[in-house]
Design a protein around this ligand. Sequence first.
Ligand SMILES: [Zn+2]
Length: 560
Amino acid sequence: MEPHLNYPPDADLRKLLRFEPDSGAIWLGERRMVLLHTAALSALRRDLITSVGTEHTRRLLTRMGYASGAHDAGFARKTRGNRSLEEMFLVGPQLHMLEGAARVTPLHLKMDAATGLYEGEFRWDDSWEAHAHRLAYGVVDEPACWILLGYASGYTSAFMGKLILFKEIKCGACGDDHCHIVGKPIDEWPDGEAYRPYFEDDSLLHKLDVLSQQVEALKTTLEPATSGGMLIGASPAFQHAHDLMQRAARTQVTVLLTGETGVGKERFARALHEHSDRASGPFVAVNCAALPAELIEAELFGVEKGAYTGAHAARAGRFERAEGGTLFLDEVGDLPLAAQAKLLRVLQEGEIERLGAEATRKVNVRMVTATNVDLEAAVAQGRFRRDLLYRLNVYPICIPPLRERSADIEPLARHLLARFMALHNKRLSGLGDRALQALMRHDWPGNVRELENLVERGVILAAQGGTVELEHLFPNQPGARQEGVDPHGRLARVLPAGENELCERIVSSGLSLEQLESRVLALAVERSGGNLSGAARLLGLTRPQLAYRLKRQQIDEESS
Ligand SMILES: [Zn+2]
């Protein structure tokens, strides 16, 4: 050990430490401290590693140690302002010992305040953090005294006025019998830059935010693959809407899509985007009704960092993410009035202003909006701005409900069937006749979306290799198996699911149709205790029809 590296007496530092149990405070000079259990800190370390991973934990703990060290650097000049630079500097290692981190032995120290030269080497025995890490994870490959090392870097950097990076070249956590640290200015380490992130305020929340934005963008990009090609329909009402869409696509006109819920307004908006010269740009969809009113402006227009509590980082809004492409605002009638005013300005000026921002940004976005409410009525009730309605309603396209385009139901259903068979890995021979009939007679309050749900359920419920039958489409309808879906009884004679099997058994049983009828009639009469009206109900016949058949059988038997 170099001779001048003996510690000066630490009585000056011990005097700084005061316990005030009556006031519930511990002081180090003017700074309040707490006594923590190393077991509790170890548990926190483990929890952090489990929840955010080793790298983030290392960064968080390094920064924690760094902050402690930087604060302690304030004591150096205060307590030893009249001593040599080295003795002043040794306040740090001595305080680190007093605070219970480890036993610190200086091995080498060379420093010059004027030139910023710094070389330091220390030995740590009994690092609490090395013990804690080894206890939790056994012997590891990488040094693990992150808080301690952060302290050394923080203290020295604050003392020297520039970033001094300490590294552990030996560590108790790696099986060495002590830890050994070396420090010098970060730019003198060949790999120093790789360590800089451990000291920086690069928040995990910001990373999560970036990731969630990427996921959102990916979802938006992926959706056409699953929902595309759904603009199917030859009915005149549908074709008219489709023509209007195609003509609008070639222009920059603001389009307002109207129609009942589930008619496929978002599909129209996507198709419009894909037919336009913006097709290579992003398509961003926002459902205004799905966002809480207090978040909607931040979502649409973006936020600057610190614009409100919880705005950890600046974030682009949907307008900016749709740059060069199309922004689809669904259920625009649900937009709060404040957001309506901002939206109007975007339409007028082509500029947006992030929440908390000083300046505006130009945006190049084509807007398509949709609503299933009557916006004129909303204007009359004061819930929607008339000037905004005029701006949005330049080119309205009304998409007809499914019940007004019944010719399109079958082709749509077959298209959906193929799509869901692929999605659910099912081989099916198609839709049963009664299933198709029921689809044609349904009145579709939920429109195409309802059809989609029904067909998907049918595909899931149908047996592999079979057909989608009525009861697969409408399984919860009371009495669906016998009476069909129509309250008017038009499907009254739907047979149970085992119909095919039953018929096959009959055919291979060798019974003639007449014999079959005779036995079925006899069984029904027997079951109803000889009551012909009851037997007729069992067979789905009227009493005279049953009487006629029974009589005919009698005649046949007599004549044979
Ligand atoms: Zn260590």
